[in-house]
Design a protein around this ligand. Structure first.
Ligand SMILES: *[C@@H]1O[C@H](CO)[C@@H](O)[C@H](O)[C@H]1NC(C)=O
Ligand SMILES: *[C@@H]1O[C@H](CO)[C@@H](O)[C@H](O)[C@H]1NC(C)=O
Ligand SMILES: *[C@@H]1O[C@H](CO)[C@@H](O)[C@H](O)[C@H]1NC(C)=O
Ligand SMILES: *[C@@H]1O[C@H](CO)[C@@H](O)[C@H](O)[C@H]1NC(C)=O
Ligand SMILES: *[C@@H]1O[C@H](CO)[C@@H](O)[C@H](O)[C@H]1NC(C)=O
Ligand SMILES: *[C@@H]1O[C@H](CO)[C@@H](O)[C@H](O)[C@H]1NC(C)=O
Ligand SMILES: *[C@@H]1O[C@H](CO)[C@@H](O)[C@H](O)[C@H]1NC(C)=O
Ligand SMILES: *[C@@H]1O[C@H](CO)[C@@H](O)[C@H](O)[C@H]1NC(C)=O
Length: 491
């Protein structure tokens, strides 16, 4: 859904705007640096099937309870957009959550749509759930360099806090905005692909570029993302088959956010529900349509990542350097097959995702502990035990085909233990290279998190292998965490 294609397009427009009339400066209040807010990017383009505001309630409640302050509602130009925005704003108001619009300039035109963007901003500006910062209506974007910000402000007719996802450019452009979102949450080669040929542009490099460009009186929205995998083939009109280095990104980036000397005023989690790029932290059951992602999203829950982030979000807001752990748990994740498994015969995309070599064949475990203990991770035939201290620590064990079991012990006594519902297999799930991650927790969740019929509607499209278009993970019975092995699923 998101692509960086429009960036190159915007470069030309940027040159035009740089030489245009100087921006008439609005009086900006100095920001209160202690007010830290956490956003999550929410794709409106895949929720056209929602029927009412209540269809947003679970998302609002769950995000709010994790400490997320607002959803950045990513919109394109679809005819259902305003209907769905109204539902989302109404649900947010009901659930004490905030929202703001994030205009996606893959669909809006930076050169032609400034007035449209301003008018749409105005239409929602006075709603109760609208996020305001320094008393101004918060507005953001995906890409959009070259946009006439002055024209947006005029059409909005109200004071706005405009924090678009412009690439860093000239000081004159920085003066026109109030803040900016950095989208680049993954180490890359600097050209929207995984590092290669010895070229690695780390996420922190983007933090540096943005903060240098914005200066200290503008709000920087730093990105935090758990993963990136997308695997679209000839079933869609655009080729999209790549990963970014993701293994322990979620853990490492949160620690980087907590320990940096220049704490950003805002964070944006990328994303809540972009299943197509595998960086969702919201539930699979969050009602949505299928843009072809179900081939790699089905039976791959990620809400354990939301649970892992919760103590980090709390610490970020409280200005602490370490996560605030109130509940002990283990969060684990892994890809469903080792890289040695070849799927060329049945994968219609034809090859593993670009950047696959940057991912390890490992199973990752993050321990959130209040006291020291022994963590044992068993991946197939591989078993390792680690001495963990109190706090948050990450461990890894080489990926082994078979069952995946994790435990916490103290003084020889098992405190908690669970076996994943999904085995690692030596074969291609649904015939494809699936580089998404399965995320589980100990204690195991007792809630089912499954795609519904709408979320699975496109599963067979682009598959060349028989595959059951139904969620297959069993619903776990509450309390099934002891040494009893739950029913597991083989694919
Ligand atoms: C900044 O915000 C914090 C938290 O809302 C508040 O306690 C503090 O008084 C504010 N400081 C200023 C200078 O407004
Ligand atoms: C909202 O729509 C859903 C279907 O998407 C339906 O199940 C539910 O009953 C509706 N809720 C209300 C309050 O109308
Ligand atoms: C919205 O657009 C879709 C396809 O682009 C079309 O099928 C549908 O009829 C349109 N709906 C409305 C209410 O205009
Ligand atoms: C709404 O959330 C804010 C924090 O975002 C909190 O201060 C306030 O107490 C909440 N209000 C209700 C009614 O839950
Ligand atoms: C930051 O700027 C440097 C110098 O222009 C550039 O090489 C690097 O790619 C930028 N980082 C990101 C994440 O764009
Ligand atoms: C798809 O399956 C058919 C046989 O059912 C086979 O001939 C063909 O090579 C397969 N194509 C791909 C890309 O896997
Ligand atoms: C599978 O495809 C990849 C990429 O096209 C290629 O590098 C690899 O050699 C192929 N493997 C087999 C077994 O054909
Ligand atoms: C963990 O600690 C125990 C007792 O202090 C020690 O025997 C063991 O070697 C340690 N294990 C590792 C992996 O460091």
């Amino acid at each position: 859904m998101h692509s960086f294609l429009s960036w190159s397009l915007a470069i030309g427009l940027l040159a035009v705007l740089t030489s245009a009339t100087p921006y008439k400066h609005f009086s900006l209040n100095k920001r209160n640096a202690t007010e830290r807010l956490v956003f999550a990017h929410f794709m409106m383009g895949i929720v056209s099937n929602r029927q009412n505001a209540s269809d947003y309630d679970n998302d609002m409640k769950l995000a709010k309870s994790a400490g997320i302050d607002a959803f950045a509602l990513n919109i394109g130009t679809d005819n259902y957009t305003e209907t769905q925005l109204n539902f989302a704003y109404a649900s947010a108001a009901k659930n004490n959550m905030s929202v703001f619009i994030s205009f996606d300039f893959n669909w809006f035109s930076p050169s032609a749509d400034a007035t449209t963007v301003g008018k749409l901003t105005k239409a929602f500006a006075s709603k109760k759930a609208q996020l305001k910062v320094d008393g101004r209506v918060f507005v953001s974007s995906f890409v959009g360099n070259g946009l006439d910000v002055e024209a947006v402000r005029q059409a909005a007719g109200t004071e706005i806090y405009f924090a678009p996802n412009f690439r860093p450019s000239t000081p004159q452009i920085a003066k026109t905005i109030d803040g900016a979102l950095n989208w680049v949450a993954w180490d890359s080669n600097g050209e929207n692909r995984a590092p290669k040929g010895g070229k690695n542009v780390p996420v922190a490099s983007g933090d540096g570029n943005y903060t240098a460009w914005l200066g200290s009186d503008k709000g920087y929205i730093a990105p935090v993302s758990p993963w990136f995998n997308t695997h679209y083939g000839p079933e869609v009109s655009y080729p999209k088959n790549w990963v970014f280095p993701s293994d322990l990104l979620w853990f490492n980036r949160w620690n980087e956010i907590l320990t940096t000397n220049s704490t950003p005023q805002f964070l944006e989690i990328i994303t809540w529900n972009d299943y197509g790029e595998s960086h969702y932290i919201g539930p699979l059951s969050s009602k949505h349509t299928d843009d072809g992602n179900s081939k790699w999203a089905n039976d791959m829950p990620h809400t354990g990542w939301l649970e892992m982030a919760t103590p980090f979000i709390k610490a970020y807001k409280e200005g602490k350097k370490e996560p605030v752990i109130t509940e002990e748990k283990l969060i684990y994740w892994y890809r469903p097959t080792p890289k040695t498994v070849k799927c060329n015969g049945t994968d219609t995309t034809g090859s593993p995702p670009d950047g696959a070599e940057t991912l390890e064949d490992s199973v990752f475990v993050v321990a959130l502990l209040k006291d020291k203990g022994q963590i044992t991770a068993i991946s197939g035939m591989n078993s390792q035990t680690f001495n963990a201290t109190a706090g948050a620590q990450a461990f890894r064990v080489p990926m082994g085909v078979g069952a995946q079991t994790f435990s916490l012990k103290r003084n020889g006594k098992t405190i908690m233990e669970a076996t994943s519902q999904r085995d690692i297999l030596n074969e291609c799930p649904c015939g494809i290279y699936n580089y998404n991650a399965y995320v589980g927790t100990v204690p195991a969740s007792n809630k089912a998190d499954a795609l519904d019929a709408d979320g699975l509607a496109g599963l067979m499209k682009g598959l060349n292998s028989s595959c059951s278009a139904t969620p297959s993970l069993p619903i776990r019975m509450p309390g099934a965490t002891g040494s009893t092995r739950p029913l597991r699923v083989r694919y």
